[in-house]
Design a protein around this ligand. Sequence first.
Ligand SMILES: NC(=O)c1ccc[n+]([C@@H]2O[C@H](COP(=O)([O-])OP(=O)(O)OC[C@H]3O[C@@H](n4cnc5c(N)ncnc54)[C@H](OP(=O)(O)O)[C@@H]3O)[C@@H](O)[C@H]2O)c1
Length: 219
Amino acid sequence: VASWAILGGTGAQGLGLALRLAAAGEPVIVGSRVAERARDAAEKIRARVPGADAMGLDNASASRAAERIVLSFPAEGLVDALGALAPELAGKLVVDVMVPLAFHRGRADVTAVAGAPSVGELVQERLPRSRVVCAFKNVPAELLQDLEQPARGDVLVCGEDASARAEVAAAVARLPELRAVDAGALANARYVEGITALLVNLNRQHRARTSISIVGLPA
Ligand SMILES: NC(=O)c1ccc[n+]([C@@H]2O[C@H](COP(=O)([O-])OP(=O)(O)OC[C@H]3O[C@@H](n4cnc5c(N)ncnc54)[C@H](OP(=O)(O)O)[C@@H]3O)[C@@H](O)[C@H]2O)c1
C-alpha cells in the first residue's frame, strides 16, 4: 500500500504537496479524473525529485491503492466529487486541504459552503466513515512547489480524531521547516479557511508570498 494518494493532485496545491512528500521519501500516487493527466503529473514529480516513488491513477483507483488520502479539489463541485469516492475512502485517513475562496474586485473572500459551516466539516459529514483532518490550508502552492526553498510556516491541523491529527502532524514533521500545530476540533476549520483569504489579500497588497506562524505555544 502506497503512503499517500493526492486526489486532484494535478492542480497547483496537490502537486505541490505531492512534490514535498516525494522529496521527503514518501511514496505518492497522484489522482485525477483522467488517468493520463495523473500519469503526466507523476512524471513531473519524478523529473523534479530524483528517485521519487510516484505514480498516477484515476481518483477512485488512487483512493483504493493508498491508506492516506489528500483531497485537493476546488471547493465548488466538491459534493459531487465526494459522493462518488465515499465508499473508497471509508476507513481511511482523509486530509482536506481545500478552501472555499471567491474573488470580488481583486479581493479574496471565504464563500459559504452549502450544508456546513466549513469545507472541513462538509467533508467529514459526507465521509462519516473516514477520519477527516484539515491541514495545509494556509500553505501556498507556490511555496510547496518551490523545492529550492524550505517551506517555512505552521500547518494548523484540526479534526475530531486526535490520533488522526497526530498521524498528520508526524507527516508534517517529515517536511523540512514546516511545523504542525494541533488546532483541535474540526469546527476550527472555519477560522483556518478564513486565514487563507487574509493571506491571499496580504499577498496582493504587499506583493508577497505569506504563510503563518503561531507564537506563544509551549515549547
Ligand atoms: N493554490 C493554493 O495556493 C492553495 C493554497 C491552500 C489551499 N488550496 C486549496 O487546495 C485546493 C486545490 O487547489 P488548486 O489550486 O490545486 O485547485 P485546482 O487546480 O483548481 O484544482 C485541483 C484539481 O482538481 C480537479 N478538479 C477540478 N474541478 C473538479 C471537479 N469539479 N470535480 C473533481 N475534480 C476537479 C482537477 O484535476 P483533474 O482535472 O486532473 O481531475 C484539478 O487539477 C483548493 O480547494 C484550494 O482552495 C490552494
